[in-house]
Design a protein around this ligand. Structure first.
Ligand SMILES: [Zn+2]
Length: 92
C-alpha cells in the first residue's frame, strides 16, 4: 500500500470517528488516527472534532500526531506543518 492509499484509508476511518463524535456531542479532543501515510505508524492526533472537519475539507491537508512530536499538526500540499494549539480548557 502506498502513502496516498494509506492516507485515504485513514481519512475514511477518521471521518467515521468524527461522525460518531458529532452524534455523541463529544466535546473533548478526539484521538484521530495519524494520517502520515506510514502503514507502521500507530500514532494519534488529538484535536476537536470541529477542527478535524476543517482539515478534512481540504483534500491536500493531512494530520500528524504524537508519534511525530505533535499533539496535532496539519501538513499542507507544500509540506508546511502547522501545529494546532491545545484547546483552552485542556491542560496537557
Ligand atoms: Zn504517523
Amino acid at each position: 500500500m502506498d502513502v496516498i492509499a494509506r492516507r485515504a484509508d485513514v481519512r475514511q476511518a477518521n471521518r467515521s470517528i468524527a461522525r460518531q463524535a458529532h452524534e455523541s456531542e463529544f466535546v473533548e479532543p478526539v484521538p484521530f488516527i495519524c494520517e502520515c501515510g506510514d502503514t507502521t505508524c500507530t500514532g494519534f492526533a488529538r484535536l476537536a472534532v470541529d477542527a478535524f472537519d476543517v482539515v478534512a475539507s481540504q483534500p491536500e491537508w493531512h494530520l500528524l500526531g504524537d508519534r511525530h512530536g505533535y499533539r496535532a499538526a496539519v501538513v499542507d500540499a507544500g509540506g508546511v506543518v502547522v501545529e494546532l494549539p491545545a484547546l483552552p480548557h485542556i491542560v496537557q
